[in-house]
Design a protein around this ligand. Structure first.
Ligand code: ADP
Ligand code: MG
Length: 342
């Protein structure tokens, strides 16, 4: 028997209300940008071009996001991912094949903390529909054997899944879209832009005055920010338990699943922000490091060193990796801050 909790979907609301706040207090908006806001990939996106580009390039960028959404959406029955899930095999476009290959590589490098085959588990918890409910343990136990990204077969643009498996690229799609948009804009002469894909921030170049973008990192436990990180031509992607969740009997259940247990990941972290060149890598890692927890995340950073991170623990303390020293300004100097070293 399923119980139906008082569930609510906070993410969209936060995206609408907070996305502008995320940047305004610190952005000190340079010259008026060319701006476009639209709803895609289940979130609000705002593209701001500060140098280069025009309205038709914004049209092109928006159309590109919608095109990618049409390929990857799990809720659109006509998408390539839905076809793969439904038929068990599919011929993929180069974009989807690229994303699938990279995503599988991230599942591998994170030891399965990222696992794109968690979709049936997400459905059992109601995260795919918004009809949230804590599933019975037996239901999860029956689904877990089909959570195993190593069984996703890909040969070039041809992919197939074993019977009963379904995949979902929701952990990496926005990061990939942001990264692709940055390339599209640069190819078309844009030298300064700020792309906000539902909290996935992708920057192009620096601010028009040459100074770094200042991106605020939300306080996962309440109002305001934990700090501001300075970036040039990089992505800043956050995953947190506060983004999409429901509560039942006083317990909060969020949308990031530990593929080993089939339950929301409780690793002691409240949010993970990943900073790096590739928005796609940042997006996949923000989800995976959240699952790994602080020690696992720092270990992963020490092994790879191709990203930087801000980890906010449930006790409110903040850990930044060494590459962010001097680029991270805490909002509250009283909040405990540790710098992790290689
Ligand atoms: P968001 O997309 O909400 O910004 P994330 O990038 O962290 O946040 O991705 C979370 C989404 O990824 C979930 O909504 C779900 O679709 C999927 N997901 C949840 N847990 C995992 C996991 N361990 N591995 C891969 N995908 C996951
Ligand atoms: Mg992610």
């Amino acid at each position: 028997m399923r119980r139906t909790p008082g569930a609510f979907h906070v993410k969209r609301v936060f995206a609408f209300l907070l996305a502008p706040l995320l940047l305004l207090p610190y952005g000190c908006a340079p010259a008026q940008p060319l701006e476009r806001t639209f709803f895609a990939m289940d979130t609000v996106m705002t593209l701001r071009l500060y140098q280069g580009g025009d309205g038709s390039l914004l049209d092109q960028a928006e159309a590109r996001v919608r095109e990618l959404e049409g390929l990857w959406s799990v809720t659109d029955g006509a998408s390539e991912i839905s076809t793969l899930n439904h038929d068990g095999s599919a011929e993929l476009s180069p974009e989807t094949a690229d994303l699938l290959r990279t995503a599988l590589g991230m599942c591998e490098r994170t030891g399965g903390a990222l696992d794109i085959s968690t979709y049936p588990i997400l459905r059992a918890w109601g995260f795919t529909t918004g009809e949230y409910a804590v599933p019975e343990e037996e239901e999860i136990a029956a689904l877990l054997p089909m959570v195993d990204y190593t069984q996703v077969m890909q040969d070039g643009t041809c992919a197939s899944l074993p019977e009963g498996m379904e995949i979902d690229l929701g952990s990496v799609a926005k990061g990939c879209a942001g990264w692709r948009l940055a390339h599209l804009l640069k190819e078309n002469g844009v030298t300064s832009a700020l792309l906000d894909l539902g909290g996935n921030i992708q920057t192009v170049g620096a601010k028009p005055d040459g100074s770094p973008w200042r991106v605020a990192i939300r306080n996962p436990a309440g109002e305001g920010n934990v700090g501001v990180v300075e970036v040039v031509d990089q992505a800043v992607v956050t995953s947190g338990g506060y983004e999409r969740y429901f509560e039942e009997d006083g317990v909060r259940y969020w949308h990031i699943i530990d593929p080993k247990t089939g339950a929301p990941a409780r690793s002691g972290l409240a949010s993970v922000t990943v900073v790096g060149e590739s928005g796609l890598l940042c997006d996949g890692l923000s989800t995976a490091l959240f699952v790994m927890g602080r020690e696992g995340a720092l270990e992963h950073w020490r092994q790879h060193r191709d990203f930087e991170a801000v980890l906010v623990s449930e006790d409110g303390s903040v850990t930044i990796t060494a590459g962010l020293e001097g680029r991270f300004t805490p909002a509250d100097p009283a909040r405990p801050l540790t710098v992790a070293r290689p």
